[in-house]
Design a protein around this ligand. Structure first.
Ligand SMILES: *Cc1c(COP(=O)(O)O)cnc(C)c1O
Length: 384
């Protein structure tokens, strides 16, 4: 009997059935040779629509680094969302599809000079910062711009913590906002990031508590803040269930209306949650081997061309074209580098050489992270 793609409950509890169905239909009718990343348009739209819906006065700025494919960006652009960017490259893609400067913000606290020049030329006006040096850079390149300070907040329970690289504590945040004002910038608020793939709903509580303290202190110091930028961090399902967006937003919304003035403008910067579970990465099995007591499975995509997050602990769920019996595999990519190991002890149906393997929830931080290391091209993204 010919092997088939073995889909079961462990897949449909991770990704909506409709997404898997559309991918299957594509595979049936397409002649295109894998690897490629399929992105489900309808899923991106429904996720983009639901985030922030429960939070009053909120604007969503999609964090472009999660997936910067131009067709994906067009879908999000047509919905009228904003964008959060960090570089002249990201700005160039948005400019190419006509996104107005008013819909673009930058929350990278330390910006390159090339980017500052590009941002000034395009007319961007919202920027994060967390140092006096950055205030002086912004004063020189973008005088008068709107700035928000990045606070450090707890990242416990986030599978991809981000807090150590950026952010300041309360005293310094206060001092920096005052300094920004002195240098002719417009200090409008603050931002934080609870950590990417944040499965701990209480991170938002502690972050908002801290934000509130700064908010009140600034009021006393004569600066009335108006923008509360809560960053990203919404989780998606990889191999486990996670808190859903609605519950997170209900919690955030309650906390904001309890603590902050009614007119507070809330910025939200989701990346992963908009595109992550809309992606199915399609590849083939290139080889198998038994080495010692390990069974190795070599597939055509790996850590260097899309699955970079696997080395930081993200584990995926796979649909495999294989036999009925399963085996425990060490799953690895095509390059000659021994760091190129995607997953260990993963139980999968036994495939043949050339069989398909589908990687679920792979729409975020995959292609945007990919390199051409060892000559393996970055696979195409295809919208379905
Ligand atoms: C990466 C990033 C985001 C998006 O984070 P997700 O966890 O993907 O939602 C938002 N804001 C900033 C400043 C970021 O660096």
């Amino acid at each position: 009997m010919k092997n088939r793609l073995r889909i079961d409950k462990t897949h449909t509890e991770i990704v909506p059935r409709s997404v898997i169905r559309r991918a299957m239909k594509f595979l049936k009718t397409s002649e295109l040779e894998p690897p490629y990343l399929l992105m489900d348009k309808a899923r991106v739209k429904s996720r983009a629509r639901s985030i922030g819906k429960k939070i009053k006065n909120s604007t969503v700025f999609y964090a472009v680094k999660a997936n910067s494919d131009v067709e994906v960006l067009k879908v999000i652009n047509r919905m009228g969302l904003g964008f959060e960017i960090a570089s002249e490259g990201e700005l160039a893609v948005l400019a190419s599809i006509g996104v107005e400067p008013e819909r673009i913000i930058t929350s990278n606290p330390i910006k390159s000079f090339r980017f500052l020049r590009a941002a000034a030329e395009y007319g961007l006006t919202y920027f994060a910062f967390d140092s006096k040096d950055e205030v002086r850079k912004l004063r020189d390149y973008l005088p008068g711009s709107n700035v928000y300070v990045r606070l450090v907040v707890p990242n416990e329970g986030s599978e991809w913590p981000l807090s150590k690289k950026f952010g300041v504590e309360l005293d310094e945040a206060e001092e920096l906002l005052l300094y920004a004002k002195k240098k002719g910038l417009n200090p409008i608020g603050l931002t934080f990031h609870v950590g990417s793939q944040c499965t701990n709903i209480y991170n938002w509580n502690s972050a908002l508590d801290k934000a509130k303290i700064l908010w009140d202190r600034m009021e006393k110091a004569g600066i009335r803040l108006t923008v509360l930028n809560i960053g990203g961090g919404y989780p998606i399902r990889y191999t486990k269930n996670v808190v859903d967006i609605q519950s997170i937003d209900r919690n955030i919304s309650g906390l904001i209306s309890e603590k902050f003035p009614k007119k507070t403008r809330v910025f939200i910067e989701p990346g992963r949650a908009v595109v992550g579970d809309a992606g199915i990465y399609v590849s083939r099995v290139a080889g198998k081997a038994s080495r010692g007591d390990e069974d190795w499975l070599y597939i055509e995509v790996g850590v260097f061309n899309g699955l970079m997050e696997s080395i930081g602990g993200i584990r995926y769920r796979y649909i495999v074209e294989g036999a009925k019996h399963t085996k425990k595999w060490t799953l690895t990519g095509p390059s000659c580098d021994s760091m190129d190991v995607i997953d260990r002890d993963v139980v999968l149906p036994e495939p043949e050489i050339g069989s398909l393997i589908l990687i679920l929830s792979s729409g975020a931080y995959t292609m945007s992270y990919a390199s051409e290391f060892n000559g393996f091209a970055i696979p195409k993204t295809i919208l379905i």
